[in-house]
Design a protein around this ligand. Structure first.
Ligand SMILES: [Zn+2]
Ligand SMILES: [Zn+2]
Length: 183
């Protein structure tokens, strides 16, 4: 083995400090440096900045208001990289019944990601998988509260805030018909 070769090995080793196997210069994305991952697994806690998540800030129902916070245990076993734990992110939502905006936190506390064929010298970016966990936790119809009374279909008043005269008997549709019959 030549002296130069040994020197090169040394400089490579010193450029890769032992510790959290996070790739440097990742712009906050969660990128696992598999070569540096502890044999027994490692904990990763952090926040991926909002600008790395590709979520529409003007979405009709779910507008991101924070980065994605994660708390994960990452292990490598037989070439498969596992990440399990929790991911959450704050959103401003719009209620599908009353159209009011309200704050809401998307949360997946049973994150289970597995990446097969994780080469020992690879960098694995878990950002998109975590983003997917957040999106899958969205309810199809966000409600400001479970018993949101919604808008009156007849006069448009927000029934959470004030009662209206239209729908005192039955629901708004029949109430409106009753009104027509009386005219
Ligand atoms: Zn509502
Ligand atoms: Zn009404």
């Amino acid at each position: 083995m030549s002296e130069d070769y040994e020197k090169n090995l040394e400089s490579v080793a010193s450029a890769r400090p032992v510790g959290a196997a996070l790739q440097a210069a990742s712009q906050g994305r969660l990128i696992i440096d598999v070569a540096r991952l502890d044999e027994g697994g490692e904990d990763f806690n952090g926040e991926i900045p909002i600008d790395q998540l590709d979520l529409d800030p003007d979405d009709l129902l779910f507008r991101p208001r924070s980065g994605l916070r994660y708390k994960l245990r990452v292990t490598l076993l037989d070439g498969i990289l596992f990440a399990s734990g929790r991911a959450e992110e704050d959103f401003e939502c719009t209620c599908v019944r009353c159209a009011e905006d309200f704050p809401w936190t998307a949360c997946d506390d049973e994150v289970e990601i597995s990446i097969e064929n994780a080469a020992a010298d690879s960098f694995i970016d878990l950002t998109d998988s975590l983003r997917e966990c957040i999106i899958l936790s969205f309810p199809s119809n966000p409600l400001c509260r479970e018993d949101c009374k919604g808008l009156c279909q007849h006069c448009g008043k927000n029934l959470n805030k004030e009662a209206c005269e239209c729908a005192q008997d039955g629901d708004g549709r029949w109430g409106a018909l009753d009104g027509l019959e009386m005219e």
